[in-house]
Ligand binder design. Structure first.
Ligand code: FAD
Length: 463
């Protein structure tokens, strides 16, 4: 591992967000045999929204959530907390992959964010939800052109965005690295760990049951329902939801639909008003850069800056390993890019640094489906935009389990699986090839033949 600079002396190499949660109760591990109407495997956003929405539909149902680790320990508690008004990994992705369905996807994505905000308020969750907008920034002339194309894509659906003049951009985000910007008003943020705990509390206070350190190791049909095996017990459920995200899917047939991609963040100590004024970042909007290798950045409630993204690391064999959640090489690259972006902040220290695993699908969006004769529903493939889409996916899965045909289940984006990733060693080769070409496109503005071919096939690589 490479050495880190003095800015990382005293850094906590753990996610920041869980530290902000005042009460983190320990939940028991499941012991023995339990019966329920609905068992939910995984207690991230997907699993917990599923539990809460199931509770709203079926107030008397026995709902059990089984979490392999602790709450907020996986992607949901490690995310940037960008809450997109989108279920399709953005407007441009919807237009590119589902042109006939794009209008519906865009409309449903915006509605989902509104409903999520309403749920957070109705349940009294302290998730630090704030709809403070996003500045998309560009480094090069071709990225600035991309911002204009993005604006045109939004305009097709009546969504207003503003290309920022140099002085308007400097008033929001003053960086020598990014000469161009586009502001979108309808973008929100949450404290992701607080949202996880808020969802869990909302479920529990309405009679749901939650077990931590309770990994489901196998599923099989049993009578009219399902039997879920755990090391310390078993659950007999009428129906189940699999919400296990980037972990190796329990259902073998799903294993090639996603790959685990590691994404990392660093976070500054709280900045002073003078430091924020120096970088022109007094408002509370987030920032994302337009490149293929992009950063995302936002403020916390106490004015730290989260700076994440850029590297998206895939390991041969789809390796999933807790040790890979730290990568000094990436922390150092994030630091360098941070300093290039904010030269006036060269004296900051980073209070936290951490990584997380993204369940990348070859079209960057989730899909849902059922197994075991409709007794189990699953949703996965959220890639790097699951903070809001997971809520939509939860409702889709409940509709599917109920055998309903709704606007949640009829979408082609949802029903059709993404193209599978090839087996190794082709998988690693394809990812490396795509990454090299995406980086070259960032440098030169030219899209390679290989990327144009994958575009035509409707597949891609991203985070
Ligand atoms: C570093 C990072 C930054 C991100 N930033 C953003 C962002 O800013 N905005 C955005 O929209 N998205 C972001 N994402 C993506 C987003 O976090 C995810 O899409 C979302 O959290 C997925 O939620 P989930 O519940 O499906 O998965 P998870 O939160 O991963 O939850 C799945 C849970 O299932 C459990 N589990 C797995 N297998 C089993 C089993 N066999 N038995 C029991 N439990 C099991 C796991 O322990 C885990 O807790 C980011 C992701 C990462 C990694």
């Amino acid at each position: 591992m490479s050495e880190l600079s003095h800015r990382f002396s005293g850094t906590n190499f753990t996610p920041f967000w869980p530290e902000t949660v005042a009460e983190k109760p320990d939940f028991p591990a499941l012991m023995g045999s339990v019966e329920c109407d609905l068992a939910i495997i995984g207690a991230g956003f997907t699993g917990l929204w599923s539990a809460l929405k199931a509770r709203e539909r079926y107030p008397n149902a026995r709902i059990v959530v089984l979490e392999a680790r602790r709450l907020a320990n996986a992607a949901s508690g490690r995310s940037g907390g960008f809450a997109a008004p989108s279920i399709s990994h953005g407007v441009v992705n919807a237009l590119t992959r589902w042109p006939d369905e794009a209008e519906k996807l865009v409309r449903l994505g915006r509605k989902n964010l509104n409903e999520m905000e309403a749920d957070i308020q109705a349940y009294g969750m302290d998730a630090e939800f704030e709809r403070t907008g996003k500045v998309n920034v560009a480094r090069t002339p071709w990225e600035a052109e991309g911002l204009r194309a993005m604006q045109a894509g939004y305009a097709r659906f009546g969504i207003k965005t503003d290309i920022l003049s140099p002085s308007e951009l400097a008033a929001r985000f003053n960086s020598p690295r990014y000469p161009a910007g586009l502001y979108e008003e309808n973008y929100a943020y949450v404290n992701p760990a607080k949202l996880v705990h808020g969802l869990a509390q909302s479920c529990l206070s309405r009679g749901g049951m939650l077990y931590e350190n309770s990994k489901v190791t196998g599923i099989r049909k049993s009578g009219a329902g399902l039997r879920l095996n755990l090391a310390t017990g078993e659950v007999h459920a009428r129906q189940a939801i699999m919400a296990t995200n980037a972990d190796l899917p329990i259902l073998r047939r799903l294993r090639s639909t996603i790959i685990p991609v590691y994404d990392y963040s660093i976070m500054t100590e709280p900045l002073t008003d003078a430091q924020l004024a120096a970088i022109g970042w007094q408002d509370r909007h987030g920032v994302a850069d337009f490149g293929n290798q992009f950063h995302y950045s936002r403020k916390t409630a106490d004015n730290r800056i989260l700076w994440g993204g850029y590297d998206a690391i895939y390991h041969f064999g789809s390796k999933r390993d807790a040790e890979l959640l730290h990568r000094n090489e990436t922390y150092a690259r994030l630091e360098q890019n941070f300093l290039d972006t904010f030269p006036s902040l060269s004296d900051v220290h980073f209070s936290h640094a951490w990584g997380g695993i993204i369940d990348t699908s070859a079209r960057l969006t989730f899909f849902t489906g059922t197994a075991y004769g409709g007794r189990l529903a699953y949703a996965l493939g959220f890639t790097g935009q699951g903070v809001t889409a997971t809520r939509f996916a939860a409702i889709s899965m409940l509709d599917q389990l109920a055998g309903l045909k709704t606007r949640h289940t009829e979408l082609r984006m949802i029903c059709k699986w993404p193209a599978p990733f090839p087996p190794e060693p082709f998988r690693s080769l394809a990812v490396r090839w795509a990454q090299a070409d995406l980086a070259r496109e960032d440098r030169t503005g030219h899209r390679s033949l290989f990327l144009r071919l994958t575009d035509k096939l409707g597949v891609g690589f991203g985070s």
